[in-house]
Design a protein around this ligand. Structure first.
Ligand code: SF4
Length: 253
């Protein structure tokens, strides 16, 4: 059969960047549920949501459960998470009726070669995040054209200018909660009686891997307890890389 170029929709012809700019212009003032509904409508089964099941995750996961309970939810089980996070991941998914949660784990070969003693975080946090977060997510996202994150502008740093829709690594990325602050998150969680991550009550405003997460002081930035005392503020999954690059494992791999 001849290839019918005219049959391609405008969306099919657009690059990820063009599509992200167009959708961002339409959705930048929309509420989170409308943003997620638009993402699902535009990408269908080619859309995934990435969640840490951390301190603020319940809100976006609840919205996802209302829009599409079987949405693929990618959860990075780094092997370094608090036991409370693993329990929360199972309890919350069951409570919200989310049926598409996928546990992404580091590859055995990467760990054996690069972090055989599970202590890489002590000497090279970027490399550790590389094999435990970035590479597993990159592999999982190969099956998708777009993904959803829970990032918010009030987290500060590079997130201050976060768009609602952006392009990254040739994929479209949606940030439905970009404009929400702590008050909106708390109000939504209260309204829907969402259970908090167990470590929030212990002073953790943001929860990641146990070696790299500390409780935060009252009034501190939300992410102040992540990689505290170092210059690192992001794990790397939101950092654009050249196609095919493997910067975390060195040139031999
Ligand atoms: S947050 Fe820490 S322990 Fe977790 S993957 Fe990154 S460096 Fe490793």
């Amino acid at each position: 059969m001849a290839f019918d170029q005219e049959a391609l929709s405008r969306a099919d012809r657009e690059t990820a960047g063009e599509r992200a700019r167009r959708m961002d212009a339409n959705l930048r003032d929309a509420d989170p549920r409308a943003i997620l509904e638009s993402a699902v409508g535009a990408f269908g089964s080619r859309l995934a949501l990435v969640s840490s099941f951390g301190a603020e995750s319940a809100v976006l996961l609840h919205i996802a459960a209302q829009v599409r309970p079987d949405l693929p939810i990618l959860f990075l089980d780094t092997g370094m998470l608090f036991g409370q996070t693993l329990d929360y991941r199972h309890d919350l998914a069951r409570r919200l009726g989310l049926t598409g949660v996928r546990d992404l784990r580091p590859r055995f070969e990467d760990l054996a070669l690069t972090d055989p003693n599970a202590d890489l975080w002590q000497t090279d946090t970027d490399a550790c995040c590389g094999i435990r977060k970035v590479l597993p997510l990159d592999r999982a996202l190969e099956g998708f054209d777009a993904w959803v994150t829970g990032r918010k502008r009030f987290h500060g740093g590079a997130r201050l200018s976060l768009p609602v829709v952006e392009a990254s690594e040739l994929k479209v990325k949606f940030n439905p909660l970009a404009s929400w602050g702590q008050a909106e998150l708390d109000a939504y969680a209260d309204l829907h009686s969402l259970p908090a991550h167990p470590l929030v009550a212990a002073g953790f405003a943001s929860v990641g891997c146990w070696p790299c997460t500390q409780p935060t002081q009252e009034g501190s930035d939300v992410r102040a307890g992540r990689w505290a005392g170092s210059q690192k503020t992001e794990c790397g999954i939101h950092t654009a890389r050249a196609p095919g690059a493997a910067p975390f494992l060195g040139g031999d791999i």
